[in-house]
Write a protein that binds this ligand. Structure first.
Ligand code: ZN
Ligand code: ZN
Length: 318
């Protein structure tokens, strides 16, 4: 996430009624979202989305489940694209990034590419180790939370994050509330803080491209001021830019569009819906997705033989 500002819907649509025909960045319970994949699909379809990319963190499980043999059919006319979001960690401190991270969305990756699955499984493992190391550090610092963690927490990809640590710290009486836990115990530089490990931005981009995906830099509204950084990512294979994140206002979208045009990047966009701030329709209503952006993404996906929709159907040219 970047700025918290939420852009109004375009074209004078009534509040709560979105116009976007595509959403290329949203999350389910297979990472840190709140909805089951099938419920997100239904909500997006009901809102008018016909090209959908679920981009769970380091995880293609939602796509696989929704397209598995025996799964209930996708809504008529919906194209579902396999995607992931990778929170890459920059080792270059001079770049001065929030928490040292850049988020790369991979759209249209081959969901059965073994090398790619290995790469994102490595990311998931890194998260598990980071979580376990935080629990140990907290214990050693006198803030034991072992008895207050959810059962089977280590098996649950979606729970292995600092919010879970913070809630356990509150339950154990070590913090007043989640914010207090972040401020004093698990935020950057605190006793329970363990830095994220995993793919760096170039590594994430290369993994996505090698799996046939469009690699798009997500929610980075500073792009216009950080052109050298973006050019460095392009040298690693970056070929997309999220110019239409739900949180971008009209000025930001215009600036991002200029960056994409000047650098030859395919524009992408999405709600980044997680489900913790309201229903899907509300996020969708704040998403602006111009028709030419959607067509540009469709064109990009046509050239990718493994970008499949429901039941093995290939995405066809508009
Ligand atoms: Zn992100
Ligand atoms: Zn996201």
């Amino acid at each position: 996430m970047g700025t918290q500002r939420h852009a109004p819907a375009s074209s004078g649509a009534a509040p709560g009624v979105g116009t976007a025909a595509a959403d290329l960045h949203c999350h389910t319970r297979r990472s840190d979202g709140m909805l089951e994949p099938v419920d997100l699909v239904a909500a997006a379809y009901a809102a008018g989305v016909r090209l959908l990319a679920i981009a769970d963190h380091d995880n293609l499980a939602a796509y696989r489940e929704l397209t598995a043999h025996g799964a209930s059919p996708l809504p008529d006319g919906l194209e579902l694209v396999p995607a992931v979001e990778i929170n890459s960690v920059s080792r270059d401190r001079s770049l001065d990034l929030p928490e040292g991270e850049l988020h790369i969305v991979g759209i249209g990756v081959d969901p059965y590419d073994e090398a790619f699955e290995e790469a994102i499984a490595g990311q998931r493992n890194g998260r598990r180790h980071r979580f376990a190391a935080s629990v140990v550090r907290l214990r050693e610092a006198g803030y034991a939370i072992d008895a207050f963690l959810p059962p089977d927490v280590m098996e649950s990809d979606d729970a292995l994050g600092r919010p879970t640590l913070a809630r356990a710290l509150v339950a154990a009486g070590h913090a007043f509330n989640v914010q207090d836990a972040f401020d004093r115990l698990v935020g950057a530089g605190c006793p329970g803080y363990v830095p994220r490990v995993g793919l760096d931005p170039a590594g994430a981009i290369r993994a996505i491209r090698a799996a046939g995906g469009l690699a798009s830099l997500a929610h980075f509204p500073q792009a216009a001021e950080r052109m050298d950084l973006v050019r460095g990512l392009i040298a690693a294979g970056l070929n997309g830019l999220e110019t239409h994140h739900r949180s971008f206002d009209a000025d930001t979208r215009a600036r991002m569009h200029s960056v994409a045009v000047s650098l030859g990047l395919t524009e992408t966009g999405g709600t980044d819906f997680h489900g913790d701030t309201g229903p899907y329709a509300e996020s969708h209503a704040a998403l602006v997705m111009p028709a030419d952006l959607v067509e540009g993404v469709r064109r990009e996906l046509v050239g990718r033989p493994r970008a499949t929709g429901h039941a093995g159907s290939t995405i066809t040219a508009p």
